[in-house]
Design a protein around this ligand. Structure first.
Ligand code: OAD
Length: 221
């Protein structure tokens, strides 16, 4: 399970760290259905900027090591991230819980989803004639992929939780579905992150360093 912290070393801001995205933007303005109804231009501009940034960033060692783990394990990645860095690192099985920047969708019909490399502008429409919106799960909206994510966690022998503050549900509740004999590893430099479970192995490091350490441990085993 990955969060914004895995992409931090690629140069993408996290949400809740100091100077994170939610310090400079109001969630209710740019990441809620109400914000969208109030000011579509503001919301489109926010995600257009995030999408443009993807042209300037690259996957980092943590993304690549997750890909390399596929040589030794069956790896399924559940990500809360809306960037495409896991895919660009070559990971085969990536599930986006909160949507994807490089997709857009109809405002009327959530199943009309399109590839979107460039800006979405006011007046850009889906084939049903409705305004296109970012393919992002906003606060207050359902998380349609969560049952599939739960299924992956229930089948895991090892779970890695990398670079997430575990503050946003339902994603933060996924570890509860881990079988009791499975191992849980957390990579996060934050000392205060608590999983309340003595079986959790917390590697207090940045994603690239923590993944290098964990890769050695898992592959040597
Ligand atoms: P947060 O910004 O809440 O948390 C980022 C976490 O990454 C923090 O726990 C940091 O300690 C950690 N971190 C920072 N730098 C790191 C690094 N180099 N290596 C490893 N960890 C690092 O981001 P998320 O938990 O991903 O949703 O946030 C969850 C959701 O909240 C997002 O998907 C987004 C946001 O609102 C939507 O927009 C729908």
């Amino acid at each position: 399970l990955s969060g914004a912290g895995i992409s931090a070393e690629s140069g993408i801001s996290t949400f809740r760290d100091s100077n994170g995205l939610w310090e400079n933007h109001k969630i209710e303005d740019v990441a809620s259905p109400e914000g969208w109804h109030r000011n579509k231009s503001l919301v489109l501009d926010f995600y257009n900027q995030r999408r443009r940034q993807l042209f300037d960033v690259e996957p980092n060692k943590a993304h690549f090591l997750l890909k390399d783990l596929e040589n030794h394990f069956e790896v399924n990645i559940i990500t809360q991230n809306v960037d495409d860095l896991h895919e660009r690192a070559g990971s085969s099985n990536v599930m986006h819980l909160h949507g994807q920047l490089r997709k857009s969708r109809s405002t009327q019909n959530p199943s009309l989803v399109y590839d979107q490399m460039d800006d979405i502008n006011l007046g850009d429409t889906a084939e049903d004639g409705s305004q296109l919106r970012p393919h992002i799960v906003w606060f207050g909206e359902g998380v349609p992929m969560i049952p599939n994510a739960i299924e992956w966690v229930q089948q895991a022998d090892i779970m890695l939780v990398i670079g997430t503050s575990m503050q946003v549900y339902p994603a933060a509740g996924l570890t509860e579905y881990l079988p009791s004999n499975a191992q849980l590893f957390v990579i996060n430099p934050d000392d205060n992150l608590s999983f309340g479970d003595s079986n959790t192995h917390h590697i207090k490091a940045k994603a690239t360093e923590g993944m290098s350490e964990l890769f050695e441990m898992l592959v040597k085993k």
